[in-house]
Design a protein around this ligand. Structure first.
Ligand code: PHE
Length: 495
């Protein structure tokens, strides 16, 4: 009896001890894990801050890689086509020079001086103020843009596949046109390709700034340029080339409306990757020795050149094969197969073109995803790999609804637009211009002029002769113009 009482008593002490020990182990183990994770996180943060683009060519390739994309080769021709041609291009060019280059420079200034993601950058440069909401809006815009962007990039993958299997040969223009419509209104295939594309984007971004973004941009951008030039040479030797070129370069101002002007501004923002913090992010990777204004002018120059070259490659074919220039988002996918099947070596050129369209899309999509990822890493304290995967998955979910806009979800429309058109339109014509407006207001009215000058002159290393013109444009012209165009375009102001 006594013995058994003793035994019970021992057991009574032992049980709580075991439980205590169990919790002790659990706690310390957690702590070890937590510290490890934290160390890994801190190492990543330091690495990210240390890591920027490694060379001048890398800066240009990556930034031009962001700017040159589907916006130039897919969107520019079809928006030009639906907005009457030459007059649209004329207005577009004026916007690039007077407004958008300056917004680009403002983003570089914010990014490079703060060395942070768009939200963190505003928090650092304007502590205790609400400016970081501008950065947050950029992160939201990144979701919206990549959602519909990956749809079109997915179409590109299908067209690579079609090129390989020689699917365009012996098809007349109307067959090629219905081939595209049938594919786009399917469900499985377009979504599959979209997810493959998102996978590629995630894969590059996981590798980081130098081994991912910079490395791929440096290889892919020069290739893109060479192929576009080859296609241009073929296009301008087509029978109706003259008509196509005059559609592009002879402005007919009678077609210009408030909406045309809004579209031109929206296209300029979209094409130059401006207004949502991509260039704040890339600006934070630019070396302190680079001249920011030169970089902005070079990137805007390359981007505009590629847009015009894409127009030259596409419009002669539009007229030569009797397709309406206002065919909409499918324009490139319908016209180019027509050229390819007429030209010697068309098989290989078709393949190259769609591969390079994919490449252009990739060097841009990574820059959009990077905005979200670096925000997750720096503000939400995630490790890069996890941040990239989480962002990729969330964006893909939104993206699928865009892809299904002509298929399973074609019944859904808002303001007369399907989901894809709604996101495409609102990203360029609402999110980006409003983001841009706040960015110029920040540099024009809030940020100290001396800081701006320091950033532009690399701490006084050289003179900034254009400084007062820049400030004047950023303080008055750009904000007023963006506000008027925006209100007029959405119908709140009539002129
Ligand atoms: N500029 C890219 C293009 O022309 C798209 C893009 C928009 C990229 C906004 C980043 C930010 O395709």
């Amino acid at each position: 009896m006594e013995n058994s009482e003793n035994f019970d008593a021992n057991e009574l002490i032992e049980v709580p001890l075991i439980i205590l020990f169990f919790y002790f182990c659990k706690y310390t183990n957690y702590k070890v894990l937590f510290v490890k994770k934290n160390e890994r996180y801190m190492a990543e943060i330091n690495n990210l801050q240390r890591q920027g683009f490694a060379s001048k060519f890398g800066v240009i390739a990556a930034t031009a890689g962001s700017a040159v994309g589907l916006g130039n080769i897919w969107r520019f021709p079809y928006v030009t086509g639906t907005n009457g041609g030459g007059a649209f291009i004329f207005i577009y060019l004026i916007f690039v020079i007077v407004i958008v280059i300056n917004v680009m420079l403002c983003e570089f200034i914010i990014g490079r001086s703060a060395q942070k993601n768009p939200v963190g950058a505003f928090k650092k440069l304007a502590p205790g103020k609400h400016w970081h909401f501008v950065g947050l809006m950029g992160v939201v815009a990144a979701f919206v843009i990549l959602a519909f962007y990956s749809t079109v990039a997915g179409w590109t993958l299908e067209y690579i596949f079609k090129s390989i299997t020689n699917a365009f040969s012996n098809k007349n223009p109307s067959e090629l046109s219905s081939m595209f419509d049938t594919f786009k209104s399917g469900n499985f295939l377009p979504v599959l390709w979209q997810l493959v594309f998102m996978g590629l984007t995630v894969w590059i971004i996981i590798s980081g700034v130098q081994k991912g973004i910079e490395k791929y941009s440096k290889i892919l951008m020069p290739l893109l340029l060479i192929i576009i030039i080859i296609l241009d040479i073929r296009a301008i030797t087509l029978p109706c080339a003259g008509k196509g070129l005059s559609f592009l370069f002879n402005p007919d101002f009678s077609k210009v409306t408030g909406n045309t002007i809004l579209q031109a501004l929206g296209q300029a923002f979209f094409s130059l990757s401006v207004g949502m913090g991509t260039l704040i992010t890339y600006g934070s990777y630019i070396n302190k020795k680079e001249n920011l204004a030169n970089t902005a002018v070079t990137v805007a120059g390359i981007d505009t050149l590629v847009a015009i070259l894409a127009g030259i490659a596409i419009f002669p074919a539009v007229f030569a094969f009797g397709i309406e220039p206002s065919a909409g988002p499918g324009l490139v996918f319908i016209t180019l197969p027509n050229i390819f099947q007429q030209m010697t070596g068309g098989y290989i050129f078709s393949l190259l073109f769609f591969v390079l369209l994919l490449v252009a899309a990739l060097t841009s999509s990574i820059s959009v995803l990077e905005v979200v990822v670096v925000y997750f890493v720096e503000e939400l304290k995630m490790v890069r790999r996890k941040a990239t995967i989480v962002a990729g998955v969330l964006i893909s979910i939104l993206g699928i609804s865009c892809t299904l806009s002509w298929g399973a979800m074609s019944g859904i429309s808002f303001f007369g637009k399907n989901i894809f058109d709604l996101l495409d339109f609102s990203a360029s014509n609402i999110f980006l211009p409003i983001g841009g407006l706040f960015i110029v207001l920040f540099i024009g009215w809030f940020y100290k002029k001396e800081f701006t000058r320091q950033e532009l002159s690399n701490n006084g290393k050289f003179k900034v002769r254009y400084f007062s013109v820049f400030i004047f444009l950023v303080k008055f012209i750009a904000p007023v113009a963006i506000a008027i165009i925006f209100l007029n375009g959405i119908g709140l102001l009539k002129f």
